[in-house]
Design a protein around this ligand. Structure first.
Ligand SMILES: Cc1ncc(C[n+]2csc(CCOP(=O)(O)OP(=O)(O)O)c2C)c(N)n1
Ligand SMILES: [Mg+2]
Length: 809
């Protein structure tokens, strides 16, 4: 070796040692800050409601080392991370040290407007990549985010100079009990996802208890069989060294065989308990007594708890060893509560250090009074050195990592399929097939996905023209073999439909990832997902998760309701209109006619792309209840029942009313005694009833509700505005119902739960007869079922009679 090379290698070794010391110092600080943040929230903020504030010191401690290594060394700005929900305090502490989080927010942890209990894209200020909270969902999200990254990258849609990154999940070991994780794993395998890291915080504890020993052998195999690399991070450097000494092999075997529960109990109990068990079990092994005599209590504890997940050097080595894009699962052995007084105790999940324990912890960390939030207090290294190190952290090098993307321009009008009779589902298919023909910016950014119901939800025409996305080109074998089929399913990186297996959780998680592409990757996508409406409930938590993160997508539930007659009870959705109304971040529509649908779709693509900079609508001061300014996602509940289409050309004002949620299909006379109100596919029945009634009651109205959700939201907003001193605030639905007599009867009807429209009576104080479906479905044909559930024209007329009668009483 030349002397210059020797010097250089000595130099770089010195640097590696320095790096380790700095990271060790920061790790201590991260553990202190995360523990203190929780302590402060529970003990130093005055409680006004007697509720425990909570927070998870033990779960946080478990990940302090791994997150220190990742954020301060391994991660790059293009990487995206889902942090285990209960390690939120560690995340906030790290961002605080990096200058991205304020002390005020930490002091207000779990308080109103403060740092969030669980990392939140929408509510936290410190650059959260993926929200977490409902366990398992953040994990799956990383796999789908990677699929979306490939989708935009392989199409050349990433903005100039932007690099692809790793999608990293920091996973609590008990999260692996959630089925959605395996649904995502399998789907990821089918799509050959790359660049995913799942770092499992294997502390062998969940909320209630210690995880079964036999589990992890299986999990290891499972990842392996899905094509993942599995890296076990089991023993730290101290233990590795001890294993090389006399008696080391026996010691290793003993730890390997130690049941999870016993190991956890000994971690909690400390040195005397370790000694007792080791002597009893290994006392006769050469070298063990020596070892036990040589080590004082502190050293023995440090050795026996030296799992790799708390050994920075071992962690850095493991992360550093990965240089390709193969999905990798790190099983990192850790200790729940590591470094804290309740380490290893099975009941520590929600445990908090008491005041005495915190005083001791403070002493060990050399934190003086008033220095609790000081970033460098109590550390062995000079402040300037650490500051300089933090200034050069690669992850933070480009500042905030959230992107914006310009909205995709939309055509002025949308295709409006014509035909005397059509269902909304058929109309949807035709509109998409029509959009697929043209090379517009909209068609380029549109991406569809469906869990094995692509054809039966009418996406076939779109897919035939735009193809299926696959990282690798694959031919359509049936087509190559000249088997006649209406479906052309060629697969390539250019394809614009992502075909999923039957797993609605995956559909909504993928929509979450596609719908955040503008923010995660700087490329705007306009995603549409389709599924059978009853199975919205199957994916509901993932839908909620997608909306909570403010992902932007259109979800189409079709077919819907009992109008899916022969399919029977389990396939007939009842509650979904209420879900659509109650789900925040989701504007729901149930159009009856195809021109309404085209109007709504055109608007939806615009609504999807709005953000705070949108001028919005200022009719209702003091509230953004309707989200018109900031936008959101859209849910369309569509039907396969063909309806005679009105022959009309909608004007701008009519279109605006469709978007606001309702319009008079038949205008009532001033002072009318009765109106029929309908939503969706029962339009035909409502119209038939109205026509019969019109002979006797010529002034009766027929109100089409295209969105109970938006009508209701705007009404709520108007009420709130008036409560807050804006007397002129008024909503569309109030204006709609104003012409009716004050004591008019309303008969509402839809193929779904009657409460969806029943509230309309409160708007002007009208009496309501609310028709709809309240019980599980039946198989049958549509006339049978409409009659059975009392949503046919006859039942509507009965309700009108009852309504008029009640009025006269
Ligand atoms: C879907 C869901 N169910 C239940 C909970 C409540 N819960 C929060 S943490 C937890 C156990 C987590 O254990 P693990 O993932 O091993 O994390 P650790 O705290 O051990 O690091 C449970 C059941 C939740 N957050 N989400
Ligand atoms: Mg655990």
């Amino acid at each position: 070796m030349s002397s210059a090379t020797a010097e250089r290698s000595e130099g770089s070794e010195a640097t590696a040692a320095q790096r380790l010391r700095r990271l060790e110092a920061l790790q201590r600080k991260v553990l202190w800050l995360s523990s203190w943040t929780i302590h402060n929230a529970n003990h130093l903020r005055a409680s006004r409601d007697g509720l425990k504030v909570g927070g998870h010191q033990a779960s946080s401690a478990s990940l302090a080392t791994l997150m220190t290594a990742l954020y301060f060394d391994v991660l790059r700005p293009e990487d995206r991370v889902a942090v285990k929900p209960h390690a939120s305090p560690v995340f906030h502490a790290i961002q605080y040290l990096l200058g991205n989080q304020t002390r005020e927010n930490l002091e207000a942890f779990r308080g109103f407007g403060g740092a969030q209990s669980y990392p939140s894209r929408t509510k936290d200020a410190d650059d959260v990549d993926f929200s977490t909270g409902s366990v398992g969902l953040g994990v799956a999200m990383t796999s789908f985010a990677s699929l979306v990254q490939d989708y935009v990258d392989l199409k050349g849609l990433l903005p100039e100079g932007r690099r692809t990154g790793r999608m990293v999940a920091l996973v609590g070991d008990a999260e692996l009990d959630e089925g959605n994780v395996y649904e995502a794993l399998l789907e990821g395998w089918k799509h050959d996802v790359r660049n995913v890291w799942w770092v499992i915080d294997y502390n062998r504890q969940s909320l209630d208890s210690v995880v079964t020993d036999r589990l992890f052998g299986q999990i290891d195999k499972l990842f392996d069989s899905m094509g993942w690399r599995v890296v076990a991070l089991k023993y730290g450097k101290k233990l590795q060294a001890a294993f090389a000494e006399p008696g080391g092999e026996a010691l290793r075997r003993w730890i390997d065989d130690c049941p999870n529960s016993l190991y956890s109990a000994l971690v909690f109990s400390g040195a005397a308990a370790w000694r007792r068990h080791l002597l009893a079990d290994l006392g006769e092994e050469p070298g063990i007594r020596d070892l036990l005599e040589r080590l004082d209590d502190e050293a023995l504890e440090a050795l026996m708890t030296n799992l790799a997940g708390h050994d920075l050097e071992a962690v850095l080595e493991a992360f550093g060893s990965i240089r390709d894009d193969r999905p990798t699962c790190f099983i990192a052995y850790t200790i729940k509560g590591f470094g804290l007084p309740f380490a290893g105790h099975k009941d520590n999940h929600a445990g908090l250090m008491n005041v005495e324990q915190m005083a001791e912890f403070r002493r060990r960390n050399r934190i003086g009074d008033g220095e609790e939030w000081a970033p460098f207090a109590g550390l062995d290294l000079p402040e300037e050195e650490l500051r300089a190190f933090l200034d050069r952290v690669p992850f933070n090098a480009e500042g905030r990592r959230r992107y914006r993307a310009e909205p995709v321009p939309l055509p002025e009008a949308f295709p409006e399929p014509t035909g005397a009779s059509m269902s909304t589902q058929e109309g949807f298919g035709k509109i998409l097939a029509e959009l697929a023909r043209e090379d517009t910016p909209l068609a380029e950014r549109l991406v569809t996905t469906s869990p094995d119901v692509t054809v039966s939800t009418n996406l076939g025409g779109w897919v035939n023209r735009r193809g299926i996305f696959d990282r690798h080109p694959r031919e359509d074998v049936f087509r190559a073999e000249k088997v006649v089929s209406a479906q052309r399913w060629s697969m390539s990186p250019e394809g614009q439909h992502i075909e999923l297996g039957i797993a609605e959780n995956n559909l909504f998680t993928l929509l979450a990832a596609l719908g955040l592409s503008h923010s995660l990757f700087g490329t705007r996508l306009l995603p549409i997902g389709t599924l059978y409406d009853p199975f919205v409930q199957r994916g509901l938590d993932a839908l909620n998760y997608a909306c909570y993160q403010d992902a932007r997508f259109i979800v189409v539930g079709t077919p819907a309701g009992i109008t899916l007659a022969p399919e029977g009870g389990a396939h007939q959705s009842v509650a979904t209109p209420l879900i659509g109304m109650a789900q925040d971040g989701l504007a729901s529509f149930e159009p009856a006619y195809v021109d309404e649908l085209a109007t709504i779709l055109r608007w939806a693509f615009d609504y999807l792309q709005r953000d705070e900079s949108h001028p919005g609508h200022d009719a209702l001061p003091g509230t953004d209840w309707l989200r018109d300014a900031k936008g959101g996602s859209v849910y369309l509940r569509l039907s396969t029942l063909s309806l005679a289409q009105p022959q009309r050309r909608l004007g701008a004002a009519e279109r605006a009313r469709i978007i606001t949620g309702g319009y008079w299909l038949k205008q009532p006379a001033e002072g009318a005694e009765l109106a029929i109100v309908y939503s969706g596919a029962v339009a035909g029945q409502a119209l038939a009833a109205w026509e019969q009634l019109a002979e006797e009651l010529p002034g009766a109205g027929l109100l089409a509700v295209t969105s109970a959700d938006r009508l209701n939201a705007e009404w709520s907003a108007a009420l709130q505005a008036r409560q807050q001193g804006h007397p002129r605030a008024e909503s569309h639905v109030e204006q709609l119902l104003a012409p009716l007599a004050r004591d008019a009867a309303l008969v509402t009807v839809l193929d779904g739960h009657p409460t969806t429209l029943g509230w309309l009576g409160s708007v002007q104080g009208h009496r309501v007869q609310a028709l709809g479906v309240e019980h599980f479905g039946q198989s049958g044909d549509v006339p049978d079922l409409h009659r059975h559930y009392r949503i046919d024209a006859d039942a509507i007329l009965d309700a009108c009679a009852a309504g008029l009668l009640a009025r006269r009483r």
